[in-house]
Design a protein around this ligand. Structure first.
Ligand code: AMP
Ligand code: GLY
Length: 436
């Protein structure tokens, strides 16, 4: 069997690591991959948004299963294009990828299906959005409010505004100065929710769904949740905040109404549905939907999954989710992201990474090093590759343990062996779980 994984991050490396254990013994290809992935899969030199290039490759190579990492390819309709050629691909169609690629679509869908989410208004004209911020009372409360660019903005199009002035600047940045390009054609202004966040991922075949283990991401760049938002600086699974009762509420109030509500309109959601949830005093509320595996949540979730990942993907594609029962390791996992100095702003690439061999020696069956932004230096030899940095998030170290504390200790012990100039990482991943 031939499997193509699309993407180049730590999430894709974790997916490939998991697929390598599949009983179908697949030949794995990755487009475009990264330095570390090149040791585990055949690298295909096609970018993840080059849908025509990927389609031609999959047809020519007779790829049996394609798994898409990043959202852009899904938003551009890669699933529709592959399906038209009769290829098996794991993920939602372009129409349903709107749940991530348009925040306005996601919010209106939730409103229509009565799914708990922050109160909101959508604006297509900057003047009307500004007028709204001048109202004495927004929603049920005053500031802060959250201003969101409607379209995809690489995780950066969300601004939490503590007063009217900040809200107006955010609106003008998005709608007038177009700092996120066409993503700012419309904005969503929404109520600010208080609570703790959790990521709930389910796999659906359009009718039935099955939940993956819960996880929690750490979006801010510095310890104690300081500094700007990033793609994610670490994650752990399971997230103790998602108690059995909370999990049931999320399934009953969010996932089930969404999958069933869409199906009633003839829209069958396939693939991963990722709900970013704020656990508020009033119960779970949806912050956002993503239509793909989370990064870095996947790196903490997949090492705990015992079920064959290829089987899970085929169950979604072939409408057999109800026949699959997922099995999990009883262990906890903590993933620490090692990032380039300056990330999420500008950073240097091509810096030599040392200590990976020592780290590999320490990493036994209970830990993993997934590569995110790495490349193999042209100076290195086949037998001893020299990795260099090639992105903002460089490496993901995952520790497993009987408790979250043990898992974190393991991850940090391994992370401590790895070095590159200006490397930084959060020292407090899983702090909320450790406190509780
Ligand atoms: P999103 O891309 O919509 O998930 O937003 C990114 C991050 O912004 C979320 O993970 C939250 O930390 C924060 N955020 C988004 N919407 C809200 C909200 N309504 N209230 C509080 N925080 C929010
Ligand atoms: N970890 C957040 C995301 O994948 O969007």
């Amino acid at each position: 069997m031939k499997i193509l994984v699309i993407g180049s991050g730590g999430r894709e490396h974790a997916i490939i690591w998991k697929l390598k254990q599949s009983k179908s013994l697949p030949e794995i290809y990755c487009a475009p991959g990264n330095g570390g992935i090149s040791r585990d899969a055949r690298i295909v030199d096609i970018q993840s948004d080059d849908i025509k290039g990927l389609l031609d490759f999959a047809v020519k190579e007779k790829i049996d299963l394609t798994i898409v990492g990043p959202e852009a390819a899904l938003a551009h309709g890669i699933v529709d294009r592959f399906m038209r050629k009769g290829l098996s691909i794991f993920g939602p169609t372009k129409e349903l990828a709107l749940l991530e690629s348009s925040k306005a679509y996601a919010k209106e869908t939730m409103r229509g299906l009565n799914i708990p989410t922050a109160g909101f208004e959508i604006f297509a004209e900057p003047d009307k959005a500004i007028d709204f911020t001048n109202r004495p009372r927004l929603f049920a409360a005053h500031y802060p409010v959250v201003v969101k660019a409607d379209g995809l903005a690489a995780g950066k199009g969300v601004v939490i505004c503590k007063d009217r002035k900040e809200a107006q600047i955010a609106i003008e940045d998005m709608m007038v100065r177009k700092v996120f390009g066409p993503a700012g054609t419309r904005v969503v202004i929404e109520e600010h929710l208080e609570g703790e966040e959790a990521s709930i991922l389910v796999v659906s075949d359009g009718i039935n769904f099955t939940a993956l283990a819960s996880a929690q991401d750490h979006k801010r760049v510095f310890d104690r949740d300081k500094g700007p938002n990033t793609g994610g600086m670490g994650a752990y699974s399971p997230a103790p905040i998602v108690t059995r009762d909370t999990h049931k509420r999320i399934m009953d109030q969010v996932i089930e109404p969404l999958i069933t509500g869409l199906a009633k309109e003839g829209k069958f959601y396939k693939g991963i549905l990722y709900a970013g949830i704020m656990i508020t005093k009033q119960g779970p509320q949806v912050l956002e939907f993503n239509v793909r595996f989370g990064d870095p949540e996947t790196q903490a979730i997949l090492p705990r999954l015992k079920t064959d990942l290829a089987d899970l993907c085929f169950a979604s594609i072939e409408d057999k989710i109800d026949r699959l029962k997922l099995e999990w390791e009883e262990k906890s996992a903590v993933c620490v992201v090692l990032a380039s100095g300056g990330y999420p702003g500008d950073y240097q690439k091509g810096l030599e990474i040392s200590g990976l061999e020592d780290a590999d020696t320490l990493a036994d069956g209970d830990s993993h090093i997934f590569h995110a932004g790495t490349a193999i230096s042209p100076q290195s030899t086949v037998h001893s590759p020299q990795f260099v940095t090639d992105g903002g998030r460089v490496l993901n170290v995952v520790g497993l343990g009987d408790t979250i504390r043990q898992a974190a200790q393991k991850a940090y012990k391994i992370a401590g062996k790895i070095k590159f100039d200006k490397m930084h990482y959060r020292k407090d991943i899983a702090h909320r779980a450790l406190k509780s």
